[in-house]
Design a protein around this ligand. Structure first.
Ligand code: BDP
Length: 684
């Protein structure tokens, strides 16, 4: 169905899409060299695209014809395919591709060269995308190298088939405690991921239960290897989330102490076993000492001890340890105002800079809290200069409407990547740090929690497909704009009709700010129903142990994180960010309540008071949410019924829930503050 095919619709291309020329070009495909692995997948994809968009079956040949048009595909001479190497040895050049055009008067020849078979695959997806977008073949030329080396997706799927923070059905990987027998949907997913340049995946939840702990046993591994085979075809390395306590839970070792010789031996043997089954296994993702997960703290060891122990076991095989920095006290005493969850990652990890082995990467969430609709950038970026880093985004919309509300997240990610940490005089943007060259990291990149499940459209909300697409495209090239990406996605997904593109683009680009305006204000975050994280509950977390507070009382609201009177979190940033956030005058409005506790009468740069801003944005946000549905309704008959109705239903639900948010938030603050709305609108 059109829902299932996402952005890989491959609709028939008409004459104004250069059908004739493309038919000639793809009619003959010269394949230089051996085509195995991702190269073979690339050829299959070309065949499919040519058939579906152009109605032809390309003739594959191994020598160039003497005349006429053709496409020649090959791997840069002397380059091995990346599939033959451990992921730690991949280079960006392996995944690069070039597309060169040699046209004559009556023919067009294209030469596609990949740095490896993966490069060929990315080049083919580029070419097919160009055809679908209606690009003129006479203008085709490209030279692309991915900016980030590791471009990863994290599945939070559980073996029982459920998905932690999944909003699009059940897992496509597991059912009833086992890996699914029929892997065809996993293959379709691998193909989707490869089409936007993803090259790594972890296939199980970071919270590892006993059942998934067994994935690394002699019984579990042949099953995992079946999945690795599927991803390998598309140049994607497979990782597993592991349980730090595995030696205890399944190993029969009496401890999981990282400095214990028996434990180290157990992990070394486990690594040997894994690589016997999966020779190009990517490595481990580890959530340790976080939200009740086991970790090195239990043994009085630090995170470097824990990560290095695993790294040593994987090192002979070229594997990586991706160690998450989402470490904080989730059992704090809410009456004690001296603790601040925002400080935790930096406080834990900054002192360990330089202590990690070369094959350890620290995975850092984009913000210091937890994927809120608005947060400052994590101060860890730039603060660690001698440690490999991976930035973590959340594509699944846990706190951003759970795929029931429209929220295109690429603009948010873009802001994070463009944020200047000021760690160096110039060029200290987050994108330059995670890309690796600024501090000479051995390997680094970006990871994100996936938003897919076994729903027909993969992502629950059909328009949420744009987030998965956009994530891949953005981390391949962080200099693309959120708008360019949205437009590409809209064209590939719905075709090139101007009015459709125009409306979809408008909806996507407005959506993040709309969602923000009717939910928690001015960067304070949370105010959601505990545990589910959907829908408003202003005090849901206020008197709990999770460390997520807004401190609203009758006089004011916000978290004081300044140096002089607050938690001192602002000092974790480099100057001048430190001073900017610390100052009530200079702190940007959208983050005001993240950094400062202010009276409701405090005047924002925008000119309105905090309380009036809350009222105004909530009225306007609910109205704008309703407006989204009206924009979409214009597209009836221009988008197929299946997709039209699916989106229409979600937008109707969003409009209703936005009103609920508006009323709960406005009423709460009206009752707390006693300040009436200047415009006298109804607040309950
Ligand atoms: C939070 C989620 C929780 C995850 C945790 C994590 O609420 O389900 O396990 O992050 O990242 O956002 O480990």
């Amino acid at each position: 169905s059109t829902l299932y095919r996402t952005w890989l619709q491959y609709n028939e291309v008409g004459e104004n899409g250069f059908r004739g020329m493309y038919r000639e070009l793809l009619g003959r495909i010269v394949v230089a060299g051996e085509s195995s692995g991702a190269f073979a997948a690339a050829l299959r994809e070309l065949e499919l695209g040519a058939k579906s968009m152009l109605g032809i079956n390309p003739e594959f040949m191994n020598a160039a014809p003497s005349s006429g048009s053709y496409l020649r595909i090959g791997i840069k001479t002397g380059e091995a395919s990346s599939g033959d190497r451990a992921v730690s040895a991949w280079g960006k050049e392996d995944e690069a591709f070039s597309l060169k055009r040699f046209s004559t008067d009556d023919s067009i020849r294209l030469e596609l060269t990949g740095g490896s078979s993966s490069g060929v695959l990315y080049g083919v997806f580029f070419l097919l995308r160009a055809i679908a977008l209606g690009m003129n073949p006479q203008e085709l030329a490209a030279e692309e190298t991915p900016v980030n080396r590791l471009r990863m997706i994290n599945q939070w799927d559980n073996a029982d088939g459920s998905i932690e923070r999944g909003y699009a059905g059940n897992s496509i990987f597991y059912e009833g405690g086992e890996i699914v027998q029929d892997t065809s949907r996993i293959r379709d997913y691998a193909r989707m991921l490869a089409s936007v340049g993803i090259n790594a995946i972890s296939i199980n939840n970071v919270n590892v239960h006993e059942i998934e702990t067994r994935f690394i046993t002699e019984e579990g591994l042949p099953e995992v290897a079946r999945v690795a085979d599927v991803f390998r075809e598309y140049g994607i390395a497979l990782f597993l989330s592991i349980n730090f306590a595995a030696p205890l839970v399944i190993g029969g070792v009496g401890t999981a102490d990282p400095l214990d010789a028996e434990v180290r031996q157990w992990w070394a043997e486990t690594a040997n076993r894994i690589y016997r089954h999966i020779p190009d296994f990517g490595g481990f993702v580890v959530k340790a000492d976080s939200e009740h997960r086991p970790g090195p703290f239990a043994y009085g060891r630090d995170h470097a001890d824990g990560a290095n122990m695993l790294a040593e076991a994987l090192e002979p095989h070229g594997g990586l340890v991706i160690w998450r920095c989402f470490v904080y006290n989730c059992m704090q005493d809410w009456r004690d105002r001296s603790t601040d969850r925002a400080r935790a990652a930096y406080d834990h990890f900054k002192p360990l800079d330089g202590k990690f082995r070369d094959n350890v990467l620290l995975q850092i969430k984009n913000g210091p809290m937890d994927f809120q609709v608005r947060e400052p950038v994590s101060p860890l970026f730039g603060a660690m200069t001698r440690t490999n880093q991976v930035l973590e985004f959340q594509v699944t919309q846990e706190y951003t409407g759970q795929q029931r509300h429209l929220c295109y997240l690429v603009p948010q990610w873009k802001q994070v990547l463009d944020f200047d940490t000021h760690a160096v005089t110039s060029g200290g943007e987050v994108k330059n740090i995670v890309e690796g060259s600024l501090f000479g990291m051995k390997i680094s990149g970006v990871a994100a929690v996936s938003n897919i499940g076994n729903d027909e459209c993969w992502t629950g909300h059909p328009l949420a497909q744009a987030n998965l697409y956009g994530y891949g495209r953005l981390i391949w090239n962080p200099d693309l704009s959120a708008e360019e990406i949205a437009e590409e996605w809209a064209r590939l997904t719905f075709g090139n009709q101007p009015v459709v593109i125009d409306k979809v683009l408008h909806m996507l680009m407005a959506s993040w700010s709309i969602y923000e305006s009717y939910t928690s204000p001015l960067g304070v975050g949370w105010m959601v129903v505990p545990h589910y994280h959907y829908g408003p509950d202003v005090d849901g977390y206020e008197y709990s142990r999770w460390g997520t507070y807004h401190f609203a009382d009758r006089d004011g609201i916000g978290v004081d994180r300044t140096v002089a009177s607050g938690t001192g979190y602002t000092a974790q940033y480099f100057s001048p960010n430190r001073e900017m956030y610390d100052s009530l005058e200079n702190c940007p409005d959208e983050l005001l309540l993240f950094f400062h506790h202010v009276p409701y009468s405090h005047r924002l740069h925008s000119g309105s008071t905090v309380i009036q801003h809350i009222y105004d944005t909530h009225f306007a946000g609910a109205e704008a949410a309703e407006g989204l549905g009206m924009v979409w309704s214009v597209l009836k008959d221009r988008v197929d019924a299946e997709r039209f109705e699916a989106v229409e239903a979600r937008l109707a639900e969003q409009a209703e829930h936005a009103k609920h948010w508006r009323d709960v938030i406005n009423t709460y603050f009206y009752r707390k503050s006693g300040v009436p709305d200047e415009q006298g609108r109804q607040i309950y």
